[in-house]
Design a protein around this ligand. Structure first.
Ligand code: FMN
Length: 208
C-alpha cells in the first residue's frame, strides 16, 4: 500500500493533514443507476487512512444552465460558491459518470464548465458506468479530453462498470466481487497521483 498520509510541519509542531478528495456524481436521471457506483467508491475511499471525502451529488446541487463561469459572476446560482469552494480546496477529484450516447451526461458538462481555476493541476479519477458490457469506455475517452481542457490531470487508471443494474445493489454493494479489487487498484492510483501532485505543489510553495 502506498502512503496516503502526509505530515506537515507548521509553527514548529507536527500535524497530520488529510487529502480532500470529493466525488462528483454525474447523473441526475430518474432511477439513476450510477449513483450505486458512486456510493461504492465513496464507501471504499472512506476506508482509506488520511482521506477526507464526500459525495457532491449534481441532483442535489441542481445547477441551472451555465451562463458564465463562477469566477466571472457576481450573481452565482444557489450553492455554486459552495461547490466551487469544495473543488477549489480538493487535492484531487473523482468523477462517477454514466455513458450517454457515447459521451457523458450534459448535466455533468454543465457543472464542470462552471469552474476552471478550481481544477487546475489536480488529478482526476474517472469511474464510468453503463447498462451494457462496455463499461462506458467511450465516455471515458471524452471526459479525459475535457478534463485536460480544464487544466487537470486525468489519471491513467479508471474504474469501468458494466451491467450496472445487476452488478451493484442499491446501497452500493457490488454483486460481482471483482469490483472490490478493481476499485482498490483505482483508488491506489488516485492516491498515488494525489500525493505526487500535492508534494510537488508544496515544494513549489516552499520555493524549492
Ligand atoms: C440518454 C441515454 C443514453 C445512453 N447511451 C448509452 C451509450 O451510449 N452507451 C452505453 O453503454 N449505455 C448507454 N446508456 C445506458 C446507460 O449507460 C445506463 O442506463 C446507465 O444506467 C445510465 O446511468 P444512470 O442510470 O446513472 O443515469 C444510455 C442511457 C441513457 C439514459
Amino acid at each position: 500500500m502506498r502512503p496516503t498520509i502526509r505530515s506537515c510541519l507548521a509553527k514548529g509542531s507536527l500535524f497530520i493533514m488529510a487529502y480532500y478528495i470529493p466525488i462528483i456524481a454525474g447523473s441526475t436521471r430518474r432511477d439513476r443507476q450510477s449513483i450505486k457506483v458512486a456510493r461504492f467508491v465513496l464507501a471504499r475511499l472512506k476506508q482509506r487512512q488520511g482521506v477526507e471525502t464526500e459525495l457532491l451529488d449534481l441532483l442535489e446541487y441542481n445547477f441551472p444552465i451555465m451562463e458564465e463561469r463562477l469566477h466571472r459572476r457576481d450573481d452565482p446560482p444557489p450553492r455554486l460558491v459552495e461547490f466551487g469552494e469544495k473543488i477549489g480546496r480538493a487535492d484531487s477529484v473523482i468523477i462517477v459518470t454514466p455513458e450517454y450516447n457515447n459521451g457523458y451526461p450534459g448535466v455533468l458538462k454543465n457543472a464542470l464548465d462552471y469552474l476552471l481555476p478550481e481544477y487546475e493541476r489536480k488529478p482526476i479519477g474517472i469511474a464510468t458506468v453503463s447498462a451494457g458490457g462496455h463499461g462506458g469506455i467511450t465516455c471515458l475517452a471524452q471526459l479525459r479530453l475535457v478534463t485536460i481542457g480544464m487544466g487537470a490531470f486525468p489519471i491513467p487508471e479508471a474504474l469501468s462498470v458494466s451491467r450496472v443494474h445487476d452488478s451493484f445493489k442499491d446501497d452500493g454493494t457490488p454483486t460481482d466481487p471483482s469490483y472490490e479489487k478493481r476499485c482498490a487498484t483505482f483508488l491506489d492510483e488516485v492516491l498515488w497521483f494525489t500525493e505526487a501532485i500535492v508534494d510537488r505543489k508544496a515544494k513549489e510553495k516552499a520555493g524549492k
